[in-house]
Design a protein around this ligand. Structure first.
Ligand code: CA
Ligand code: CA
Ligand code: CA
Length: 195
């Protein structure tokens, strides 16, 4: 995967989209330092002007599992661990979208046995450090569609943001909170370029 594994400067290539954590180690025989680096790999974007989907399953997941499903966007969705009943947990990625203004739509499954909640945040910079918030939108899984599990029937879309100015490298975080028998799902976040 690395072009030159022992070189101080090298390039890495990825064959599968996803979130990767690297531990980079510099060692001269007597002393060593290391650092963790996160790399986010998304599939190639569609032609300019078309909506871009960030699949939840390609994000860095904290207490969320990836599920296979033919009815989900790109064949997979993400669901919060059932043990995380009262704990907010997150999905995270860095966006590399072409600079521009975007409407933002969330894709998920809205089951009829709970009213889970989620929050979408977009920011320039790092959430843990200095950052400028570009969007913060909460929503409730309250459409309660026909079924208590993710399926074609419970697939939902929600408009979450309008005309959000984005630059390559902006960060996206989704925080989920379960309710009753609904452990929140996220399928994708869609960015629709404005003219
Ligand atoms: Ca619901
Ligand atoms: Ca359920
Ligand atoms: Ca998906």
């Amino acid at each position: 995967m690395f072009a030159a594994e022992t070189s101080a400067a090298t390039t890495a290539t990825f064959s599968t989209p996803g979130a990767y954590l690297f531990q980079l180690i510099a060692d001269d025989g007597t002393m060593s330092v290391d650092d963790l680096v996160a790399v986010f790999v998304h599939p190639e974007w569609p032609p300019r002007g078309r909506p871009i989907r960030i699949e939840a399953e390609h994000m860095l997941l904290e207490f969320h599992a990836v599920k296979d499903a033919p009815f989900a966007s790109a064949g997979k969705y993400v669901r919060k661990f059932t043990a995380m009943t009262t704990t907010p947990t997150t999905l995270y990625t860095r966006l590399q979208l072409p600079a521009g203004n975007y409407d933002v739509v969330g894709g998920y499954f809205d089951e009829n046995d709970g009213r889970a909640r989620a929050e979408l945040e977009l920011a320039r910079g790092d959430f843990l450090g200095e950052h400028k918030r570009l969007l913060r939108q909460e929503w409730t899984y309250d459409q309660d569609l026909a079924g208590s599990e993710p399926s074609e029937q419970t697939a939902a879309r929600k408009h979450l943001g309008e005309n959000v100015p984005l630059q390559p490298g902006d960060a996206m975080r989704i925080t989920t909170l379960a309710d009753k028998n609904e452990w929140p799902t996220v399928d994708y976040i869609e960015f629709i370029p404005k003219e």
